[in-house]
Write a protein that binds this ligand. Structure first.
Ligand SMILES: Cc1cc2nc3c(=O)[nH]c(=O)nc-3n(C[C@H](O)[C@H](O)[C@H](O)COP(=O)(O)O)c2cc1C
Length: 397
């Protein structure tokens, strides 16, 4: 087990808070405005209950499934998260951990490691891209991911450039050089457990985004690429359909919270959607993704794969999402806390916690497979659901 082992994702977060400089911890907490959506993503899972059996439980439970044609050992995959100065191995460590636990890696287009290195660490890598730059530039980025061996594409187009947070945003420098390092030194030196692996590898936290440009080109800085993104007109549904056509392979549109958008995504030819509000980092006031999942899954779940992300911290959360219609979930902060707490082993630890939790809930519910879960396995309190863009529960048309 080793000294770094932790028992729950909450404990991993506690360690991350202690070990990380405040600006790095704050960048992972993220959220926007009042944090209402951020909080609701987790709180909503707590409102759902279970009705366990006492005998006749199954001695063997099947947890394996597939996402975007990739077989995975249990229904949890890594959601893409942008450039992180959490650990020097960053996304490569996360990719290795996912591979060791038999699951897929979502790699952010704004990640700190080249897609080629990440695919080498985990061949089940889905490359995520935002709508940044011209169609030609977007196409080149997709082609580079394809050449590297990425087995799926995730398009994330829900970003709304909401920057203020009532609890304050961390100051992040444009570029890490000697003078910014020195200005951060007091913060960094107070967190030796975070700094030590960087020093061992003689590296400084990297704030460049190598997958935005071409292979082997000088990587743009995070803020340089972010500026280009802000200048890029947001995509139309025709753009989404164009992008889908250009990618020869499984394609996910991430960030769906409305029924009408889910249907348009189906029309655009996607293979999968993720019901998501970007982990509460976007338009504050958007309901928890688990509240909008049931209506969307019911409407389009037979046509495309429906995943959910947002607020998943326990295996039982995964089971609740599956019972309400998701095929699998994606996790964001849960693995970031693990990475911060204990590097690659910390991410493996988080995946083990979630797998154990899924297995335990499936056992208690008297099921023998994650594929048998359905709505009758969860208690959904009145008024829990929200229907956005169609339907009736708390409707917003
Ligand atoms: C620090 C941070 C960075 C993120 N960066 C990206 C990104 O680059 N691309 C993307 O599609 N989603 C990004 N997300 C959203 C996640 O993929 C995912 O939707 C969200 O974290 C799920 O919520 P959870 O953190 O509660 O699991 C980011 C989330 C966080 C917390």
């Amino acid at each position: 087990m080793g000294g770094g082992w932790f028992e729950t994702v909450v404990e991993a977060q506690r360690r991350a808070r202690k070990q990380l400089p405040y600006s790095v911890y704050g960048a992972l907490i993220a959220g926007s405005e009042s944090g209402t959506t951020l909080a609701d993503n987790q709180a909503a899972f707590g409102e759902l209950g279970f009705a366990p059996h006492v005998a006749g439980l199954s001695a063997k439970r099947e947890l394996a499934t597939t996402v975007l044609d990739q077989p995975i050992s249990f229904p949890v995959v890594i959601s893409p998260t942008g450039v992180q100065a959490v650990h020097p191995d960053g996304e490569v460590a996360v990719a290795r951990a996912a591979a060791n636990r038999g699951t897929a890696m979502g790699l952010s287009g704004f990640a700190s490691k080249p897609v080629e290195d990440v695919v080498a660490a985990n061949p089940q890598t889905f490359f995520q891209t935002y709508w940044v730059g011209s169609r030609d530039e977007i196409l080149r980025r997709m082609q580079r991911a394809k050449d590297a061996g990425a087995v799926g594409l995730i398009a994330t187009t829900d970003w709304s450039f909401s920057h203020g947070r009532d609890w304050g945003s961390p100051a992040i420098p444009e570029r890490m050089n000697l003078s910014t390092m020195l200005s951060y030194a007091p913060q960094a030196l107070r967190h030796p457990r975070w700094l030590a692996p960087f020093l061992r590898q003689r590296r400084i936290p990297d704030l460049t985004v190598p997958n935005v440009g071409g292979r082997g080109e000088q990587a743009p800085t995070f803020f340089g690429a972010y500026g280009q993104w802000m200048q890029t007109p947001p995509p139309s549904w025709d753009d989404i359909a164009w992008m889908r056509e250009q990618w020869d392979g499984p394609f996910m549109l991430k960030g769906i919270c409305r029924l009408d958008d889910a249907k348009r995504a189906v029309d655009a030819g996607v293979s999968a959607i993720s019901v998501s509000n970007h982990g509460g980092n976007n338009l504050d006031g958007t309901p928890a993704s688990i509240r909008v999942l049931p209506g969307i899954a019911e409407a389009v779940g037979h046509q495309v794969e429906v995943l959910l992300d947002g607020g998943v911290r326990r295996g039982s959360d995964v089971v609740k999402a599956l019972a309400l219609g998701a095929k699998a979930v994606m996790i964001g902060r849960a693995y970031l806390w693990g990475l911060a707490a204990n590097g690659q082993a910390g991410v493996e630890n988080v995946l083990d916690i979630l797998r154990g939790g899924v297995d335990s809930a499936v056992l208690g519910l008297g099921k023998s497979s994650v594929h048998e879960l359905d709505r009758s396995d969860v208690l959904v309190p009145p008024g829990f659901e929200r229907a956005l863009g169609g339907g009736t529960a708390g409707a917003a048309e």
